[in-house]
Design a protein around this ligand. Structure first.
Ligand SMILES: [Zn+2]
Ligand SMILES: [Zn+2]
Length: 172
């Protein structure tokens, strides 16, 4: 996803851009993009600085840390970036600079790729332990059944499955 810096002027312009999962090529554990990433940005240049401000919208497919089912979650992240244009070609983008919101970029190159910023931003925002829902029951430690779907009948917490038949009878 490239922004043509030479088209940005002092007048604020609106940019709507889109990157496909293939273009972004995220390499994350247990998470994949479930949609394109849509960028809604405003762009403005003041002297040697280009200010980008807006949001990223996309869906991630995450794997639940308890039940290992995949589930989709929508995301809407703020993106804010200042690109300082410099004359010297020898300056390269500082991929891991202290400030994630500020980069140096040689003015002569014109096309600025946002991909690395976006990859970092998404990786930062993902939950360490994704849960398909807050009260996910996870998997039975004995038989591996997904306890969200149905109780498996294993003896794990005091109730004796041998009584289940009798209880069913008494419920009738
Ligand atoms: Zn779950
Ligand atoms: Zn079980």
């Amino acid at each position: 996803m490239e922004i043509q810096l030479d088209t940005i002027t002092e007048a604020t312009s609106e940019l709507t851009l889109k990157a496909t999962p293939e273009q972004l090529n995220l390499k994350l554990d247990l998470a994949t993009l479930g949609s394109d990433v849509v960028y809604n940005l405003t762009a403005r240049r003041i002297e040697d600085e280009v200010f980008l401000d807006g949001t990223l919208t996309f869906t991630m497919n995450l794997t639940c840390a308890r039940c290992v089912e995949e589930f989709a979650t929508p995301f809407r992240l703020p993106l804010r970036l200042v690109i300082q244009l410099v004359a010297d070609e020898s300056f390269v983008r500082e991929e891991d600079a202290d400030s994630e919101e500020f980069v140096l970029f040689p003015e002569a190159r014109k096309a600025f790729s946002l991909d690395q910023q976006v990859r970092d931003l998404i990786a930062l925002e993902l939950p360490m332990k994704p849960l398909c829902r807050i009260d996910c029951r996870g998997l039975c430690p004995q038989c591996g059944a997904n306890l969200n779907e149905s109780p498996c009948g294993c003896k794990t917490s005091g109730t004796d499955p041998r009584w289940d038949g009798l209880r069913k009878l008494s419920n009738n």
